[in-house]
Design a protein around this ligand. Structure first.
Ligand code: GLN
Length: 235
């Protein structure tokens, strides 16, 4: 781990945007836990430090401004690797595959975006899900009102209380919601966007990026990754 310099002595600081369960969210005791948290804990351990989590809006994470400002060393936010984001961040090797999914309240007959004509669809601001839906609405000329929420909790609350007819976000976060709120919502449709999540460091921070990638590779080869996957995502 020699050569890796961190913004705070003794700590690997991680920027994330809470909540985004099962990747990062507070448990009953207020501790931030999740899939991403465990993977970055491995990087911290490799560097001989502890992870400290900084909760910050997603916009500052994906734009690179938080990392550039030294707010944190690494970004871990269930964040999809995109060409646009690659311009401003250096991404690790992919660590998770995801798609987008349309969630509706149990009992809704909606199965397609087309059936949402004249209705409101909730998205999470700044995400790939928002971008996907906005593009679909534009390309297909759909009469859908896209409503952006500042975080996942606000989006899910809006769906649960019927402020929107449907909501789009990454499939694993809906699976987690359904697990924790049985019977409330169902996934009506999936959109195979072929997304991959990456951790990110400030552009040019090659030493830290290498430590992240080495840690990921080790976790994949010694079974730790599979154990973490089983804990947070399931079989
Ligand atoms: N994977 C999605 C994206 O990168 C959502 C991430 C998030 O909301 N934390 O845009």
């Amino acid at each position: 781990a020699g050569g890796v310099s961190l913004v705070k002595a003794g700590a690997l600081t991680t920027c994330t945007h809470l909540p985004y369960a099962p990747f990062q969210a507070k448990d009953e005791t207020g501790k931030v836990v999740g899939f991403d948290v465990e993977l970055i804990d491995l990087v911290a351990k490799k560097l001989g430090v502890t992870q400290e989590i900084v909760d910050t809006p997603f916009e500052g994470i994906k734009s690179g401004s938080d990392l550039n400002a030294g707010k944190c060393d690494v970004a871990a936010a269930g964040m999809t690797i995109t060409d646009e984001r690659k311009q401003v961040l250096d991404f690790s090797d992919p660590y998770f595959d995801a798609t987008q999914a349309l969630a509706v309240l149990t009992g809704s007959s909606v199965k397609t975006l087309e059936e949402l004509a004249g209705k409101r669809v909730g998205v999470q601001g700044g995400t790939t899900g928002e971008e996907y839906i906005k593009t679909q609405v534009e390309q297909k000329g759909l009469n859908i009102e896209v409503v952006s929420f500042r975080d996942l909790a606000a989006q899910q609350q809006a769906l649960a209380t019927n402020q929107v007819e449907a909501a789009v976000n990454d499939l694993p976060v809906w699976n987690e919601y359904i697990k924790n709120n049985p019977g409330k919502v169902v996934v009506a449709a999936g959109f195979d966007t072929g997304e991959q999540y990456g951790f990110a460091v400030k552009k040019g921070n090659a030493a830290l990026l290498q430590a992240v990638n080495e840690s990921l590779a080790a976790a994949r080869s010694d079974g730790t990754y599979d154990r973490i996957y089983a804990t947070w995502i399931g079989a």
